[in-house]
Design a binder for this molecule. Structure first.
Ligand code: SF4
Ligand code: ZN
Length: 709
């Protein structure tokens, strides 16, 4: 036997033994009927479910899984066989971790989070497909010299790579000042080696959620993770047999493993590689997984990376604040004639951020751009990115938009020298980088002089915002002659295609018709292609021959006909990253809508995650439809089934968020005032019969509509 396969089998057999004992003990202590589940997932024990199709629900389901696990360990001298033993180790780890949930919150006193909920995976869909998160690093072990792991993780963070930490590296990174949490793209999982399964199931559930990989099709699963999940493993410190066996599991999934000890001839080219010089760990890892990261060198005194987007700056850490509730504020991007502006002219008018704490000031961020291909329709598309770009600066927090925003600058950032000129520089660099195909010249003015801010706000910004709103509100599916495809999510959901219309934005909520139009202009051969609005077949359903033709091409024949306005007849497909899921509630003759953030139960007897798992992966599932929040108040929302008057239940937060538009449209469509008062939510009732009683009492319009099914 080679040293390597020897180690893999030793580790796999050890985990198999542990698992067998743990399952038997759990059954002896709790009984085979005892229910067992990971929290907030619709995919049972995901590895076992994806690989075998078995839905583990009770302890009694586990012995058969242990049997399968053992059968994967053949102890034969063959790398392929040894990789199967690695998969067996993953199954064992999943069972050992799963058993921890016999205790209601096993990770309460841990520095890791343990299991990652389905909703978090869905929220990663868009950043992964856009390359905003270019890859996933699994960082495992205990570094001999803690600085090595700290600098690697910080480097991943600065490049937007999502890192999952397992073992002592968690404390080592914490002590080294690494900011952690999903928002910071550094996620501590747990200390036991088995906790590595929690990132493995992220990849596996991505295959189920986005890839529509059928449970039980191990070949399709391994192919999906290898081809589409840009993950790799870095181990720090000495290796033991269990780590090696777990590493074999990672390799079986297609994830290269980079270790920092010298494995000599036991290395496997492209799959198991020694990198003993820690200054090369990051570069080598990215190269092995073929991950390309665009490095941005913006000349400002703080770090600039998407990983800092979620950073929160508390009052105690705050140096300066620009906030509309204290002073006038606005941010505005306008199109100019080339002769009217000077490229890279960055100006600050009024006092800069000064030494006093807190430094409170008015602020207008005024960006002027010019370009042969620039259009006024692109102004809000670029302007909306100001929010992200400011947040990418380490030590800066930005919330809101237009004339209502709040920016906080941390003491640390101020002390590093961050000033308003740097804000202008960030906007200049990012606009010229990301929008170079439409912007040829750009100048940025940061204004803190109160009178000047007020002047810009009232004379230029407010009228401009109003004009844009008017244009948006006047824009209907009837008022344009082109729709757009968006196939960005195909890197994870190969047969999915969104059809984006003025009234129906992409289901992720991030791509409006204007965005799609701008995308087409920015990247002509990119993910959004025009669909001429011709060949109307059925107005009620929103069926067009041209839509069908282009969707069929875009999905390589997987989807041949879609309707734009029906949930029952050939509904649009979902990839998995939808903001909301809409499902039929037959007994109420209506539909419920649930947003991704809602963790409770719905009157359909299913949670968001369970409803969401009914569709996705580019499959058409009549009766279930993923969509963006903003679609809810549209006249086109399930218009074929009677429209938004069918909505009988929504979580309160979602209802409040969409109330204004929803009520306005309901008034226009049905003459109903305050329609949202008729829609049930979890604070009123979540149980079917009580919901029905509420709807009856309110005389909800759905009850009088034609039978929905
Ligand atoms: Fe994905 Fe559709 Fe959003 Fe495009 S519009 S990013 S395909 S969900
Ligand atoms: Zn998607």
């Amino acid at each position: 036997m080679s040293v390597l396969t020897d180690l893999i089998y030793a580790g796999a057999n050890a985990v198999a033994g542990l698992t067998d004992n743990a399952v038997n003990e759990a059954i002896a202590a709790h009984g085979a009927q005892t229910k067992i589940a990971f929290p907030d997932t619709a995919y049972f024990f995901p590895t076992i479910y994806a690989a075998t199709g078995v839905k583990v629900q009770t302890l009694g389901d586990l012995p058969a899984c242990v049997g399968v696990l053992k059968s994967l360990i053949t102890n034969q001298e063959d790398l392929g066989q040894a990789l199967n033993a690695g998969l067996a180790t993953a199954v064992g780890a999943e069972i050992l971790e799963g058993l921890k949930w016999l205790n209601p919150s096993p990770y309460e006193n841990e520095s890791g989070i343990g299991f990652v909920p389905d909703s978090a995976i869905r929220s990663l869909g868009v950043p992964l497909v856009t390359g905003d998160i270019p890859g996933v690093a699994v960082v495992l072990g205990s570094a001999e010299n803690p600085e090595d792991v700290v600098s690697a993780v910080k480097e991943y963070q600065s490049r937007g790579i999502l890192s999952f930490l397992v073992g002592d590296v968690i404390e080592q990174c914490a002590a080294g000042g690494v900011k952690m949490g999903l928002d910071f793209r550094v996620v501590p999982l747990g200390h036991d080696v088995t906790a590595v399964i929690h990132v493995v199931t992220v990849a596996i559930r991505a295959a189920l959620i986005f890839g529509a990989v059928p449970p039980g099709d191990l070949g399709a699963l391994l192919n999906y993770t290898k081809e589409r999940i840009p993950a790799f493993v870095n181990t720090f410190g000495a290796l033991n047999e269990v780590v090696v066996a777990a590493g074999a599991g990672a390799i079986a999934l297609g994830f290269p493993v980079i270790v920092d000890v010298d494995l000599g001839e036991n290395q496997v080219p492209g799959a198991l590689v020694s990198v003993t010089d820690h200054s090369e760990t990051v570069a080598k890892s990215l190269e092995l997984r073929n991950i390309k990261v665009k490095i941005k060198n913006i000349p400002i005194p703080v770090a600039f990376a998407s990983a800092f987007e979620g950073e929160i700056i508390r009052k105690a850490d705050m140096h300066a604040e620009f906030w509309n509730s204290k002073f006038p504020t606005c941010e505005l991007l306008v199109m100019r004639e080339p002769g009217e502006i000077e490229d890279h002219k960055l100006t600050v008018i009024g006092p800069d951020i000064g030494p006093e704490i807190p430094c409170n000031l008015p602020l207008a961020t005024f960006v002027e751009v010019a370009g042969a291909k620039m259009q006024t329709d692109f102004e809000p598309v670029i302007e909306r990115k100001i929010h992200h770009w400011f947040n990418y600066m380490e030590g800066v927090m930005h919330t809101g938009q237009r004339n209502m925003f709040r920016i906080r600058v941390s003491k640390e950032a101020y002390n590093k020298g961050l000033r308003l000129k740097d804000f202008a520089e960030v906007l200049y660099c990012e606009i010229m980088d990301e929008f170079s195909s439409v912007v040829d010249k750009c100048q940025v003015t940061m204004i803190t002089d109160r009178a000047e801010v007020e002047k810009l706000l009232t004379e230029v910004a407010m009228p401009r915002y109003a004009a844009r709103d008017e244009r948006l509100n006047a824009m209907t599916d009837e008022s344009v002659d082109t729709f757009y495809t968006c196939i960005l999510c195909q890197s994870f959901a190969p047969s999915h295609c969104c059809v984006v219309t003025p009234e129906r934005l992409g289901l992720c909520g991030a791509v409006s018709w204007l965005d799609a139009k701008a995308t087409k202009e920015l990247t002509p051969a990119g993910p959004s292609q025009p669909i001429p609005k011709t060949g109307l077949v059925d107005e009620r359903l929103g069926r067009y021959t041209e839509v069908d033709k282009i969707v069929s091409e875009a999905t390589h024949g997987a989807v041949n006909t879609v309707t734009l306005y029906s949930i029952l007849e050939d509904p649009m497909t979902s990839c998995g990253c939808f903001e909301c899921i809409c499902g039929i509630m037959p007994e109420a003759n209506g539909v419920v809508i649930v947003n991704r953030e809602f963790v409770g139960m719905t009157p359909t007897g299913m949670t968001f995650g369970e409803l969401a798992s009914m569709t996705g992966g580019g499959v058409q599932t009549p009766g279930f439809m993923g969509h963006g929040r903003r679609f809810i108040g549209s006249k086109k929302f399930i218009a074929a089934e009677g429209g938004l008057g069918r909505i009988v239940w929504m979580p309160k937060e979602l209802k409040d968020d969409v109330a204004e538009r929803l009520n306005k449209t309901a008034k226009e469509l049905y003459g109903i005032d305050n329609f949202t008062d008729m829609i049930c939510d979890e604070t009123i009732a979540s149980e079917s019969e009580e919901v029905l009683a509420f709807l009856t009492e309110k005389n909800h319009p759905a009850l009088a509509m034609d039978p929905i099914m």
